[in-house]
Design a protein around this ligand. Structure first.
Ligand SMILES: Cc1ncc(COP(=O)(O)O)c(C=O)c1O
Length: 372
C-alpha cells in the first residue's frame, strides 16, 4: 500500500499466471542459443504490476510478452520518468536455478524510485515478479556460459503533459537469453576517456539506474566506437579530473603492490552490486581496497611508470572485463602488458564460481528459485 507517496508494509501481491499461447518453438529457441549475443533474444513471457495513486500496486500478472499500448501523452515519453534494474539467472553446477543478490537489486530499484519521485515497490513483490517470471521461462536459461538476463523496469504511464510526478506507473520485467556482453568475448577491452561529455553531477541522478543517465551517455559511447574503443569512461562533472565509471560498469585499478583502487560511491556513480561484491571478496582475500578519487592524470602516470599493473571494469552484464588500453584526445596508453592480469582473473573466478554455484556460498548471496 502507498500512503502519501511512502510505501508501508503490505500483504504480498498474488500473480495471475497466463501462459503464452504461442511460445517460440523449442527447435527455434535452441537454434538461437547457438549464437547468443546480448539483449536481442527475448523469452516468451513478462511480469506486469500496475500502480495508480488511488489503488497502489495492483493487477500483478505473468503473461505473454507483447508490445505495450500507451497513450502518446504518456508521461514517460515526455519527461523520462523511468528506472530499471539488471540481474541474471543461472543454472548452477548442481542443477539449481539461482539469482545473484536480487535483494540488492530490489533495494537499489527503490532508491532509484525515490530519486525519480516514483512509488517504491515492496521488495517482496519485486522478488516475486522476478522469480515467477524466471520460473515460467526457465527453459530460456541457456546452459554453459550463457545466462538469462532479467530486466525489471518501471515507467510513468499517466496521460498528462504537466510537469509533476505521474499518478500511474507500470512495473514490468522481461528476460533475455544472453552470451558475452562484448563481441570479443573475454578479450581485454579498450576504453575511450570522454573529456567533453560528463555523465552525472552532484545532486543529480548519477547514483540511480534511470534511463535518462544512459540517454545522456550515448553520444560519448558513440565517440568511443568512432575511436575504435569498446566503452567510454567518464570523468567527474565538476573538475573533469577524477575517473568516475564507464557507461554501464564500475572501474577498478590494481597497483603493483597489490592495492586496489576504485572510485567512491558518493552520489555520482552507480553503486554496483558487482563492485560491492568484488570489494568484499578482495578484502577477504587479504587485499587492500581503497575507495578513493583517482584522477585521469594519476591513471596515465601510473600506467606509464608501471605502478599500475591491471585495470578492469565490472557489472552484471559483462561481469569482469580487463581494460587493456586507454585512448583519449591526447593519445593512448596501455595498462601492464595489455592482457588480463592475475588479480583480475582471481577476482573474476571467485565471483563467477559463487554465482554459478561452483564454490560454497559463504555470504548467502545466491538465491535459489524453487519449483524448477
Ligand atoms: C552506470 C553503471 N555503472 C555500474 C554498473 C554495474 O552495476 P551492477 O554491478 O550492479 O550490475 C551498471 C550496470 O548495472 C551501470 O549501468
Amino acid at each position: 500500500m502507498v500512503k502519501g507517496g511512502k510505501t508501508v508494509s503490505s500483504p504480498a501481491l498474488q500473480f495471475k499466471i497466463t501462459p503464452n499461447a504461442n511460445p517460440l518453438p523449442e527447435a527455434e529457441r535452441l537454434k538461437a542459443f547457438e549464437h547468443l549475443g546480448f539483449g536481442t533474444l527475448f523469452s516468451d513471457h513478462m511480469a506486469l504490476i500496475r500502480w495508480s495513486a488511488d489503488r497502489g500496486w495492483h493487477s500483478a500478472e505473468i503473461t505473454a510478452r507483447a508490445p505495450f499500448s500507451i497513450d502518446p501523452a504518456s508521461a514517460v515519453l515526455h519527461y523520462a520518468q523511468e528506472i530499471f534494474e539488471g540481474l541474471k539467472a543461472y543454472h548452477a553446477a548442481d542443477g539449481r536455478t539461482v539469482l545473484f543478490r536480487p535483494e540488492e537489486n530490489a533495494r537499489r530499484f527503490n532508491a532509484s524510485a525515490r530519486r525519480l519521485a516514483m512509488p517504491e515497490l515492496p521488495e517482496q513483490d519485486f522478488l516475486a515478479a522476478v522469480e515467477n517470471l524466471v520460473r515460467t521461462d526457465a527453459k530460456w536459461i541457456p546452459d554453459g556460459e550463457g545466462s538469462l538476463y532479467v530486466r525489471p523496469f518501471m515507467f510513468a504511464n499517466e496521460a498528462f503533459l504537466g510537469v509533476r510526478p505521474a499518478k500511474e506507473y507500470i512495473f514490468c520485467v522481461i528476460c533475455s537469453a544472453v552470451g558475452p556482453y562484448f563481441k570479443g568475448g573475454e578479450k581485454p577491452i579498450t576504453i575511450w576517456v570522454s573529456e567533453g561529455y560528463t555523465r552525472a553531477a552532484i545532486g543529480g541522478t548519477g547514483a540511480t539506474k534511470c534511463g535518462g543517465n544512459y540517454a545522456g551517455s550515448l553520444v560519448a559511447q558513440a565517440e568511443a566506437y568512432a575511436n575504435g574503443c569498446d566503452q567510454v569512461v567518464f570523468l567527474d562533472a565538476a573538475e573533469r579530473r577524477s575517473v568516475e565509471e564507464l557507461g554501464g560498469m564500475n572501474v577498478f585499478f590494481v597497483m603493483t603492490d597489490g592495492t586496489i583502487v576504485t572510485p567512491p560511491v558518493a552520489g555520482t556513480i552507480l553503486p554496483g552490486i558487482t563492485r560491492k561484491s568484488l570489494i568484499q571478496l578482495a578484502r577477504e582475500d587479504g587485499m587492500t581496497v581503497e575507495e578513493r578519487h583517482y584522477t585521469f592524470a594519476e591513471w596515465q602516470a601510473d600506467a606509464v611508470s608501471g605502478k599500475l599493473k591491471e585495470a578492469f571494469a565490472c557489472g552484471t552484464a559483462a561481469v569482469v572485463a580487463c581494460i587493456g588500453a586507454v585512448k583519449h584526445n591526447g593519445g593512448e596508453f596501455r595498462i601492464g602488458d595489455g592482457q588480463t592480469g592475475p588479480v583480475t582473473t582471481r577476482l573474476r573466478t571467485a565471483l563467477v564460481d559463487i554465482q554459478r554455484g561452483k564454490t560454497a556460498d559463504r555470504h548467502g548471496w545466491v538465491r535459489v528459485i524453487d519449483g524448477i
